[in-house]
Design a protein around this ligand. Structure first.
Ligand code: UGA
Length: 454
């Protein structure tokens, strides 16, 4: 089985490397010459745990190649995957920009050889598969091909495991031949008894959006419950466990925080809202989720200011974590991009550290002082703010932190500490969906940090 993977972004590169690990011959194609040159030299364009080794092993095994030439690999492929970007269209309103998908379809049409399945892996609005089919048929009327949809459900930071051990594989295909090729491709997963769901093109395309929108809704739901917990003295961690153990609800994606970010949920929820409006089937729940999540990121800045006594003017804030989640260098729609500028505008100086995200963050957060490690950020700072739950922030030496800080204030927007531990170390502690707490002497000095949030 030979595969051509068009686009070596996050989805294309991980999927291509994983297919080669299954033993197929995969050629990853990208127009970006610098990216291909770097990949040939073993340098990854993104940070993803395990990816460099996976790519290296399969390149050495002769199963994985990188090129800027689309025609050669497409001509020989049994399956051509379109895994190019579908960013939010610059015209606004959340419409997904399909320029790259359609351009890839046109190029593929010119090079198809024997029977080929052209598979969209990019997240594309319902109806795109049919448009891809039309483009290829018009360009290459005699081509022997089918179009299929095979959305991905990989999480950044855990993508290889998600590919190798998925909960399910979704395939939209409408001929037996196309279904057979896709079934063959995923045969290695049959050992794990992974369900491979066969459906229509439209259903597969919508399944992807529905999955992301549902997860975003779950997060937004628990975030609002967290607000209510704070206002009433309840604990959101316990509420999440209390509802999550109900199999109908499920434990995952009930972790309250500063709002979802990343390259997928913000873009895909907007695109779903837009599709709903166009189809006259409004997605009002998801519309609300988008609005509530946008607002939440801004509210987080207010929460920090309140926890620091109501004003951050002239104060220094040590920010730990900038990426939208740990184990990635991705800064797209990260809560930090909304929160940090507000703090700066309110007069704070921000010192920050992120294990992988700082190269990218430097382009977006111009006024920030980027530090070498977590403790470096704390030098003479008036508070620590945890924005991303990187493992290395989970067990900070609080005594050392306290000695570096001007004031022992910890604001943990990911709930990675136990309030009693932080208070025992002499800190005022503000988290999400839980009561803010202070050691007795700190509450005497700074009563507002105790009561301002909640
Ligand atoms: C998401 C989906 O989880 C993947 O299944 C999907 O394939 C991918 O989008 C995509 O469409 O490509 P990803 O964006 O990598 O994956 O990250 P998630 O782990 O889903 O986290 C997204 C955001 O939600 C992060 O900002 C994270 O901090 C936040 N989140 C997640 C919470 O605030 N609470 C939770 O309980 C879970």
């Amino acid at each position: 089985m030979r595969i051509a993977m068009i686009g070596t972004g996050y989805v294309g590169l991980v999927s291509g490397a994983c297919f080669s690990e299954f033993g197929y011959h995969v050629t990853c194609v990208d127009k970006d010459e610098r990216k291909i040159t770097a990949l040939k030299a073993g340098k990854m364009p993104i940070y993803e745990p395990g990816l460099e080794d996976l790519v290296g092993n399969n390149v050495r095994g002769g199963r994985l190649e990188f090129t800027t030439d689309l025609a050669g690999p497409v001509a020989k492929a049994d399956a051509v995957f379109i895994a190019v970007g579908t960013p939010t269209d610059r015209r606004g309103e959340g419409y997904a920009d399909l320029t790259y998908v359609f351009a890839a379809a046109e190029e593929i049409a010119q090079s198809l050889g024997d029977y080929t399945v052209v598979v969209t892996k990019s997240t594309v609005p319902v109806g795109t598969g049919r448009k891809v089919h039309k483009i290829i048929s018009e360009k290459a009327p005699r081509a022997d091909f089918d179009v299929a949809s095979n959305p991905e459900f990989l999480r950044e930071g855990a993508a290889i495991n998600d590919f190798m051990r998925p909960d399910r594989v979704v395939v939209g295909a409408e001929t037996d031949r196309a279904r057979a090729v896709l079934r063959d491709l995923y045969r290695p997963l049959f050992l794990n008894e992974t369900p491979v769901l066969m459906m229509s093109l439209e259903t597969a395309e919508l399944t992807k959006y529905a999955a992301n929108a549902f997860l975003a809704t779950k997060i937004t739901f628990i975030n609002e419950i967290a607000d209510l917990c704070e206002a009433t003295g309840a604990d959101v961690q316990e509420v999440a466990r209390g509802i999550g153990l109900d199999g109908r609800i499920g434990k995952k994606f009930l972790h309250a925080g500063p709002g979802y970010g990343g390259s997928c949920f913000p873009k895909d929820t907007l695109a779903l809202v837009h599709q709903g409006k166009e189809a006259n089937a409004r997605q009002r729940i998801v519309e609300t989720v988008v609005a509530v999540n946008d607002e939440r990121k801004l509210q987080m800045a207010d929460r920090i200011i309140a926890a620091m006594g109501g004003s951050v003017a002239g104060k220094t804030i040590a920010v730990l974590g900038l990426t939208f989640k740990p184990n990635t260098d991705d800064m797209r729609d990260a809560p930090s991009l909304a929160i940090v500028p507000i703090l700066e505008k309110a007069g704070a100086t921000v010192r920050a550290f992120d294990p992988e995200g700082m190269t990218e963050a430097k382009h977006h957060l111009k006024g920030v002082t980027f530090c070498d490690n977590a403790y470096d950020t704390m030098q003479d700072a008036d508070a620590i703010v945890i924005l991303t739950e990187w493992n290395e922030f989970r067990s900070l030496d609080l005594a050392r932190a306290k000695a570096l800080l001007r004031a022992p204030v910890l604001i943990d927007l990911r709930n990675i500490y136990r309030p009693e531990d932080v208070v025992a170390a002499g800190f005022s502690y503000t988290s999400v969906g839980r009561r803010s707490v202070s050691p007795p002497q700190a509450s005497a000095r700074r009563p507002r940090s105790v009561s301002a949030v909640g």
